[in-house]
Design a protein around this ligand. Structure first.
Ligand code: PBG
Length: 330
């Protein structure tokens, strides 16, 4: 009770603040998303994601080495697939010499110790921009999960350490786990996008990969029949628990900032690591505000990352990873 207790004593100077600080950010917290394109010498800035790039394989190699030198030891790969290779089933995703498969090998060659996680979903390969196969105007579940299992296997064969299914089909974790185990890939992990919301914050990412759902009659215009309703909370816990039962090693909440209540609840509920994806729209918002001089970029960035970790994130997938680590290194 005041005046016996004065909380400000523990805030008197930086030394005492550092001594009692509860949340510490380090390079080990981060998973770095990387966008890969065909070509040579390509380093394409994504218009809605300032200072974030799509790399061709030769430059990906350099980027991965520079991440490693900064202490960033895990990457999450996404590929931008040329239009002529897109179809309804995403067949190109199984090409053993496809862009993703070559990207995995490129990273492993450049940096054998780098942890490679791969995006598993149909949308970059889908002519409709959906995460599943379309039949009669619907995104069908079970045919899609069978396909995702083949896709995961193909990534494992190329050398991925973890597959990260981001599609939100029911039962895909079990199907993927069984497919990997059947082929002997018992040590290939699964990071499941378990509570992935149908969010408007994914816009810049869809620009980056040219993967937005198409506007066609008879094709769903959004992803609301598979991604979660932002209004729901209990469902997020159910999704996470089911994925863990099916074999997920890591569960994820996505997006980040608007969903930190969900992160905390899941963290309290489950006994596997919880990842949080601070998504493209979150990145774009801060970049835009900072460009206008309305927010202090670095200070707000750090505050957001701390908030995500404090909420319960064991792993943070973030486009800010490099900026944060450079700032930490002074
Ligand atoms: C699609 C996928 C999306 C993101 C990761 N995987 C977009 C979507 O669901 O439409 C979004 C990531 C971001 O916005 O940074 N499988």
């Amino acid at each position: 009770m005041f005046p016996l207790r004065r909380n400000r004593r523990l805030r008197t100077n930086e030394a005492i603040r550092a001594l009692v600080r509860e949340t510490i950010i380090s390079p080990n917290d981060f998973l770095v998303p990387l966008f890969v394109v065909e070509g040579k010498g390509v380093k394409d800035e994504i218009p809605s994601m300032p200072n974030y790039y799509r790399y061709s394989l030769d430059l990906l190699e350099q980027e991965v080495k520079s991440l490693w030198n900064l202490g960033l030891k895990s990457v999450l790969l996404f590929v931008k697939v040329p239009d002529h290779l897109k179809d309804n089933e995403g067949k190109e995703a199984l090409n053993p010499n496809g862009l993703m498969q070559r990207a995995i090998k490129t990273v492993k060659n450049a940096c054998p110790e780098m942890l490679v996680m791969t995006d598993v979903a149909l949308d970059p390969y889908s002519m409709y921009g959906h995460d599943g196969i379309i039949e009669n105007g619907l995104v069908v579940n079970d045919a899609t999960t069978d396909f995702l299992a083949e896709m995961s296997l193909s990534h494992a064969q190329a050398g991925a350490n973890f597959v990260a299914p981001s599609d939100m089909m029911d039962g895909r974790i079990l199907t993927i786990r069984e497919a990997l185990d059947d082929e002997g890939y018992i040590n290939t992990g699964i990071m499941s996008y378990s509570a992935k919301y149908a969010s408007a914050f994914y816009g810049p990412f869809r620009d980056a990969l040219d993967s937005a759902p198409v506007d066609l009659v008879d094709i769903p215009k959004d992803k609301k029949t598979y991604q979660m309703d932002p209004a729901n909370r209990f469902e997020a816990i159910r999704e996470s628990e089911m994925d863990i039962d099916e074999g997920a090693d890591i569960v994820m909440v996505k997006p980040g900032l608007c969903y930190l209540d969900i992160v905390r609840e899941i963290k309290n509920e489950v006994d596997v690591p919880v990842a949080v994806y601070q998504v493209s729209g979150e990145y774009a918002m801060l970049k835009a505000a900072a460009e206008k001089g309305w927010l202090d970029h670095d200070a707000v960035m750090m505050e957001q990352i701390i908030a995500i970790k404090r909420a319960g994130a064991d792993i943070i997938a973030s486009y800010f990873a490099k900026d944060v680590v450079k700032l930490l290194n002074g």
